[in-house]
Write a protein that binds this ligand. Structure first.
Ligand SMILES: Cc1ncc(COP(=O)(O)O)c(CNc2cccc(C(=O)O)c2)c1O
Length: 291
């Protein structure tokens, strides 16, 4: 029986409903996190919660729990569902208000924590890598709606997903308004050239991913040079390796971009080394759910 945390209670899935006057539903007014637990370890929970609270602060949304309380809520939700390898969706909406868009009619933010067994990407995707295309839809500008805020406004990302689908590929590359590479629809991008790694900084137009940060740390510990800097599609086409990172995807190679085959068309050696390092790290580094 799946139990969902909804405003202070654990309720059955069929009872986990929100009001049609919830501004998360009406306007996408809210923030969220996608988190994974591995063998009973919640990976980088502190970093996810810091990003959640920063995103909430950035949109003037007050979360009615402290980070410590929220940590316990996430852990308890996994426990209630007896999950060791789980996917957690943590949602904080502005809450119930009137039909106007003003957030000041919403008395209290709504907090929802869903924990599900993990459905990971098909194994062969990691063996072959993904083909991606650059789409026309740009990443929203940071002076319009900062891509560093993980808000419930995912239409920018969803439209990109639709464009990728229409182009017959699974993932897309988003550029920022100056034409520099930003990120994928829901994952960060890295390129490797002459054994050096490059990934866009958040201010270029990307969510600063927890997986991205873990990969930067692992790569540097393995002695690779990693820079956070802008780059263009030309740099992607001529890279030795390209890979995407995200909580769902972990580390996934890209073998073709806009028809240009990357390297020999197979997942690169550094990509594979980093995926292995990431999988090792996730087995030990995290908040223990079960003692
Ligand atoms: C726009 C965007 N960019 C990068 C990432 C990667 O960030 P993390 O390394 O912290 O996950 C995300 C995160 N996106 C994300 C996170 C969890 C699950 C799913 C899903 O597609 O089910 C998507 C994202 O939404």
């Amino acid at each position: 029986e799946q139990l969902i945390f909804l405003n202070g209670q654990f309720v059955k899935k069929e009872d986990a409903v929100v009001s049609v006057y919830d501004h998360g539903f009406l306007y996408g007014d809210g923030v969220f996190e996608g988190i994974r637990s591995y063998s009973g370890n919640v990976f980088r929970l502190e970093e996810h919660l810091t990003r959640l609270y920063d995103s909430a602060k950035s949109i003037m949304l007050t979360i009615p729990y402290t980070k410590e309380e929220m940590t316990n809520i996430v852990v308890e939700t996994l426990r209630q569902n007896k999950l060791k390898d789980g996917y957690i969706r943590l949602v904080v909406s502005r809450g119930v208000g009137d039909l106007g868009l003003s957030p000041y009619t919403c008395a209290r933010a709504q907090v929802i924590v869903i924990a599900e067994p993990l459905s990971i990407f098909p194994k062969e995707l990691y063996e072959t890598g993904l083909e991606i295309v650059t789409v026309a839809t740009r990443r929203n500008r940071s002076d319009v709606l900062s891509p560093m805020v993980k808000s419930l406004n995912y239409l920018n990302n969803i439209l990109v997903k639709i464009e990728a689908n229409l182009a017959g590929v699974q993932e897309a590359l988003m550029l920022n308004d100056q034409g520099y590479v930003a990120e994928g629809s829901a994952d960060n991008i890295f390129i490797v050239k002459d054994n050096k790694l490059l990934t866009p900084p958040g201010y270029v137009g990307a969510l600063v991913g927890v997986t991205r940060n873990a990969i930067i740390k692992i790569a540097r510990e393995k002695g690779y040079e990693v820079s956070e800097d802008v780059f263009t599609r030309h740099d992607v086409y001529t890279a030795d390796e390209v890979f995407l990172t995200g909580t769902a995807a972990e580390v996934i190679a890209v073998n073709k971009v806009d028809g240009r085959v990357i390297g020999d068309g197979k997942p690169g050696p550094i990509t594979s080394i980093l995926l292995e390092g990431f999988r090792e790290l996730t087995q030990t580094d995290g908040v223990k759910v079960y003692d």
